[in-house]
Design a protein around this ligand. Sequence first.
Ligand code: ACO
Length: 428
Amino acid sequence: MTTITFKNDVNGKVAQMPVLEPTYGAPVVDIGKLAKEFGYFTYDPGFMSTASCQSTITYLDGDKGELMYRGYPIEQLAEQCNFLEVCYLLLYGELPNAEKKQIFETSITRHNRIRENLRRFFNGFNHDAHPMAMMMAVVSSLSAFFHDRLNIQDYEDRMVTARRLIAKMPTIAAACYKHSIGDPAIYPRDDLSYTGNLLYMMFSLPGKRYEVNPVAERAMDVLFTLHADHEQNASTSTVRLAGSSGTNPYAAIAAGIATLWGPAHGGANEAVIRMLDRIGEVSNIDHFIAKVKDKNSGVRLMGFGHRVYKSFDPRAKIIKEVCHQVLDSYGHDPRLDLAMRLEEIALSDPYFIERKLYPNVDFYSGIIYSTLKIPVEMFTVMFAIARTAGWISHWIEMITEKDQKIGRPRQLYVGASRRDVPPLNERN
Ligand code: ACO
């Protein structure tokens, strides 16, 4: 076994730490015993050099621009599988055969309704509540409805919870949307596909016929596949950390939804559309790019850059293609011209080249959603539906780990030294 030697220059003490070999990626120094044997913690804000866990689910190579779920390249999954097959793959580790696929899809359909008293929760939210705020609250309240199947040590309880979550997310998402526009919530239909049902629940009205556009249905399905997992991103790490305390999976996933909401994570596609609308016209792009490059402006080119991908985001390539297909069916959106011009300029500008900033998954997804008449406030909700498959798969992997422990990082304390509490009249 390879080891790395740590040497303390002050007292000459030496500690040897094993190096763990991954299937792909950088070898990982196991520093688990460093504090005990050496008396030191490590310091790595933002986890720039730290693997927080072992995982068999997803691998991404940021330099090569590669993404694989359970070893399968994302390009093949997006082309040859539907989103529910990908959910099955993430959850069970293998792609389903025809029989397993049908059983899984039937189970998802069977669980797609939400209880009437849960539906009434929506009445408690103000009409202008952000859909992510509603989704976070409603998902965490699912634990109040299914506490009979919340034995996290039980395989069947874990799997039924996973299927329930995946099945109910579109119904909850559509109900959030309907509440925000004051329309009655629509019940799911068992004859529609996963994404067809979502579109139907969002856009149909009682008494009005609604036909699901197959181009929209397939585009959403591909987007969901691309967003289904992304190894140890902020929201997935949050789900793992929250779940490590033994809290129930609905609560852990509500924490993941909260994390996803931030603009540096899942909120980016919403930010891209707002940015494109602010730029307005191709003639304003040069001025905007100058602002992005001015460090004092605080302006970023949203939808560009990624913590891990330092060549290109493979999901962005697929999404750009889907974006063209959707616009061919729905008609042109001038924001696509803006986006393509921005991409062209950024990819030839030394500022972006030197910093390895390329379009990420969110650069084009917002244009697709907005063409499908999904409002910007709902973009992150769409992301949350898809990412639920990854979150719950990681939660299962974490909770079934041998010697699973609660996550408890250490810190570098730089606050005040010990001091005595002064009486009230002596304080400033
Ligand atoms: N526009 C302009 N400059 C940028 C951008 C951007 N979008 N992203 C990074 N930079 C610059 C930084 O200013 C910094 O420059 P410096 O070295 O001169 O100081 C350098 O590139 C490195 O940036 P960091 O913030 O250190 O990179 P990090 O890996 O921490 O950030 C992040 C990644 C948060 C995604 C960042 O690129 C960003 O803010 N992008 C825009 C938001 C976005 O699109 N997020 C979606 C990510 S994908 C997802 O979550 C699904």
